[in-house]
Design a protein around this ligand. Structure first.
Ligand SMILES: Cc1cc2nc3c(=O)[nH]c(=O)nc-3n(C[C@H](O)[C@H](O)[C@H](O)COP(=O)(O)OP(=O)(O)OC[C@H]3O[C@@H](n4cnc5c(N)ncnc54)[C@H](O)[C@@H]3O)c2cc1C
Length: 533
């Protein structure tokens, strides 16, 4: 059993930013957990395009307007203002000043600003097409400066410890629900420990892995949303899943992101026989149609014609040398799996990319349960509304990670916390569990969830598809729960239980929201203002 002031679950940009902000007080004890053996491994690591700063001629109000436009009427203006006003300064202070991240610069030494879809000016800073890897490395290196942060890898949080649920005092039933830490599975020792904390911060990232096609790395299976939901926290906007139109469809590199900048440089979408098709779906924009329109067009082509992918041709539009310079990582990854993008088209599919909803939090990352915070992709600050503006998510993790750290420190200075003791919280009970989890069952069930989500809760939704998904997921959840109650824990089993829970949360939210908006598209949508019953 461990005891700490603050338990932070997740080592992406959001979790580490919270940790370093808190660790500035040398008396504050922080535990930072990652389920991975390598704490760099997170969605943050895989971010390609960049992060928002303030470009030439740019201003906070311009960024706010772009965020609100992308969010399709569902973004919270207050959240957009916080990001736009605080983000560029925190990027300078933390990422450049403290973590020494070397963003690309112009020959005169000024930052090099990129342009991305739906931004009204150049404002994205980047490190080649590997921005996330550079940020992740810089932040992880920074942790070494803070001996009061204990980093624990190979540790999967299983469930939040909450009162009254885990309390031995019956009178806790009459008090507000309070979070006191988490049960944590030590993947090396295969044991479950209690980590008791005054404040707990979820920073567990996204959920793309509940879909068959996704750009997200393994582990992005919605653990934080599932844990928070089981504890009774509010989850909002779960139906708004952003799909990226072009992920690599090649064995051994499934889901690798092919940046939208490839279409920006003239890349054309073709069916497998080499015929262009975007004209049919977007006569005005064709291959430069917005992300959601393009993703749905590819999906429709695949579904109608039974294709398992479409093609993205950049070889005919850029010279080989320009291509290698502009997209070094994409070129290298495609070459690794035998595709020379300077000579041949790239097989692509749309893929689940980002969760705009999540654990409902306020402007400091506080969730609806006392002493529980959520930061980064697991949370819903309201910023992204129904559709995320490109390159806002890294900055959101930085800003809300910082704000959560500040708020928690303020709480320590203004109130006394009672961290529970060993006697207050029961240990995890594994008695009677004899079975080791069967990897075949876990893999099979995970694939079932991914297929249900892809076909029925994917890019094009309807009441029939969603109702079918909910029925099948409910049945599967019963099976998984029975399996879970009888079986010794493993990381895979924890993830499967969370994945089915989160899949149901997304499917139910999509079923109940009958208006198409942003990334949530229903063929049987009602107009805004119609009766929603
Ligand atoms: C391919 C790709 C490209 C992207 N490009 C961009 C971009 O250019 N710009 C941009 O702004 N955004 C981009 N995004 C989105 C962005 O990367 C993420 O939204 C952001 O990095 C999320 O950060 P985070 O700190 O919330 O979570 P993550 O970085 O995902 O970190 C989650 C952490 O939680 C840990 N964890 C999860 N579950 C548990 C558990 N049960 N117990 C313990 N630990 C757990 C993980 O191990 C990990 O350490 C991209 C995403 C992808 C996948």
């Amino acid at each position: 059993m461990k005891t700490t002031d603050v338990l932070i679950i997740g080592t992406g940009i959001a979790g580490i930013t919270t940790a370093i902000q808190l660790a500035k007080n040398p008396n504050r004890k922080i535990i930072l957990l990652s389920r991975s053996s390598d704490i760099h491994k997170s969605n943050t690591f895989w971010a390609q395009g960049g992060i928002i700063h303030r470009g030439p001629g740019d201003g906070a109000e311009m960024l706010v307007q772009d965020i609100l436009a992308a969010g399709a009427g569902a973004s919270l203006p207050e959240a957009a203002h916080i990001l736009a006003e605080e983000g560029p300064r925190l990027l300078d202070e933390i990422l450049i000043g403290q973590a020494h991240i070397q963003f690309d610069r112009e020959p005169d030494g000024t930052l090099s600003y990129g342009q991305e879809a739906a931004h009204s000016c150049r404002r994205i800073v980047h490190v080649g097409d590997g921005t996330g890897a550079a940020i992740s490395k810089g932040l992880v290196d920074l942790l070494k400066d803070y001996p009061n942060i204990e980093v624990i890898s190979n540790a999967t949080a299983v469930d939040l410890i909450t009162y009254p649920h885990h309390s031995r005092d019956p009178l806790d039933n009459y008090r507000p629900v309070k979070c006191c830490g988490a049960y944590v599975f030590d993947r090396n020792g295969r044991a479950i420990h209690r980590t008791l904390a005054a404040v707990t911060v979820l920073a567990t990232g996204g959920l793309g892995r509940i879909y068959r096609n996704t750009t997200n790395p393994p582990g992005a299976r919605g653990d934080g949303i599932a844990m928070a939901s089981r504890a009774g926290a509010r989850i909002v906007n779960a139906e708004y899943i952003q799909f990226h139109p072009t992920a690599l469809a090649a064995p051994g590199a499934e889901g690798f992101l092919i940046s939208e900048a490839v279409r920006g440089e003239g890349g054309a979408l073709l069916d497998p026989d080499g015929h262009p098709f975007m004209q049919k779906y977007s006569p005005e924009w064709e291959d430069l149609a917005p992300r959601d329109v393009t993703a749905r067009a590819i999906h429709a082509e695949m579904e109608t014609n039974g294709y398992s992918f479409v093609l993205l041709d950049i070889a005919s539009h850029m010279s080989a040398s320009a291509l290698k310079t502009r997209f070094p990582n994409i070129y290298a990854e495609c070459m690794r799996v035998g595709i020379d993008i300077t000579q041949e088209p790239i097989p692509v599919v749309p893929a689940a990319h980002y969760s705009c909803g999540g654990v409902a939090v306020d402007s400091y990352g506080q969730a609806s349960i006392t002493n529980l915070f959520a930061v980064g992709e697991v949370s819903c600050t309201g910023l992204h509304g129904a559709n995320r503006l490109a390159s806002t998510s890294l900055l959101e993790g930085l800003v809300w990670g910082h704000r959560a750290g500040q708020k928690i420190e303020e709480m320590f200075n203004s109130q006394t916390f009672q961290i529970p003791t060993r006697q207050d919280v029961p240990p995890w009970d594994e008695s009677g569990l004899i079975n080791d989890s069967d990897p075949a069952l876990i893999q099979g069930d995970m694939q079932t969830i991914q297929n249900i989500m892809w076909h029925y809760v994917g890019l094009i939704r309807s009441s029939d598809r969603l109702a079918r998904a909910i029925r099948e997921l409910r049945h599967l959840q019963n099976e998984v729960e029975t399996f879970y109650q009888r079986t010794k824990l493993s990381d895979g089993l924890i993830g499967l239980r969370n994945a089915v829970e989160v899949a149901l949360i997304v499917a139910r939210a999509a079923y109940h929201n009958r208006q198409s908006r942003g990334s949530h598209y229903r063929v049987d949508a009602v107009e805004a203002g119609d009766r929603l019953l």
